[in-house]
Design a protein around this ligand. Sequence first.
Ligand code: FAD
Length: 407
Amino acid sequence: MNLAATPEPSTPPRRARVVVVGAGPAGLTVANILRAASVDCVVLETESREFIEQRPRAGFIEEWAVRALEQRGLAERLLARAQTHGECEFRWAGERHRFAYGELSGHRHFVYPQPLLVTDLVRSYADEAGGDIRFGVRDVALHDIDTDHPSVSYTDRETGERTRIDCDAVAGCDGARGVTRTYLGAERATVARHDYGIGWLALLAEAPPSSDCVVFGIHPRGFAAHMARSPQVTRYYLECPPGDDPENWPHERVWSELHARLTVAGTPPLTEGRLIEKRVLDMHNYVVEPMSHGHLYLAGDAAHLAAPIAAKGMNLALHDAFLLGDALVAYCAEGNASELSGYSDACLPPVWQYQEFSQWLSELLHGASSGVPFEAGTAAARLRRILGSPAAAAAFAEIYIGKGAGV
Ligand code: FAD
């Protein structure tokens, strides 16, 4: 199937067992698993290596995902450098409430910025294992994915040459704005989407963290959050109208709102710093079902998006990648297609667990600022329940760290 007219290849076709489209956490994890099993694969990435190794995004990796990376020999630097967190704090109605989810669940978050994980995964795949990765490609197109001769073509940014790679399977790991999802088409997949009607101003500040844990500020002026990224850099979020212009948020306004929404009695003042990232996210989630068609298998944000409310997106991307990498190895190295056939069904239950939790947490975090008294009342009841009932606290702790979600 060709969705768009693409130029004819200008070089002889190459062959690989698997083409991985996209070098984010999902694609690079799949590629590393394939490479470790000596399955021939090529990774295609539109951006440069320098760009993907610096693109700031996630920072909280759940313990099960770290252990799965470790089992595959992909967590050495992470384990040497990451801090762990097992507590978060709700600041609400003028008071602070610590929540020890690590003690309750027996699991912790590892704080490791996404660009560092991507850097480690590129190094391990390309530099250490000699894997094939093409940066800066353009006009990636899939062909004949529902036949027994699928292929992927792309244009080399520097030479302008068009190359086709014949393969057995395509891993669509090109994120929320990629192309692979479009090859499933409306007749083959449904896209379930939820818009929160809320914006978050996502900020990175060149400032040390002002707390030793994640802080959720629940405030009638709007939600705010504080999350460590490194000893020198902190991520902050401020609820804002969806579609707001980051230019409406000069340095002074950002810090004044953060102080107003995150300060309660007994908290140390926030340490201010230069804002090195400032962008508005229109909060929405989606899930593509099924996550595969023909010889195309979607993984990560290409298949499902979780707004960063509960820090779940990269964790789910890694979960897909472990399943897909292992299934592709079973298929390519042993001729066993059963894991690939069951891939989508295996991924989707935890995807929906995390979607449901993100929606639930969003209602809790945004109720106070919704302007709707009923939503404010139910959000406050929900918060009192997890702070007051050991059973509710344990249930919250488990899903927050990913336990019992099927991951
Ligand atoms: P991506 O990381 O988007 O990678 C896709 C890759 O494909 C990119 O490198 C892209 O350049 C490339 N690409 C795109 N189009 C093409 C194409 N046509 N051809 C070839 N390559 C292409 N998640 C968490 O779990 N914890 C957190 O704390 C957290 N915080 C977040 C904070 C913010 C501000 C944001 C925006 C997201 C956050 N997330 C978090 C979500 C997380 O960043 C994503 O879920 C994660 O990046 C998904 O990984 P991926 O590999 O599926 O996609």
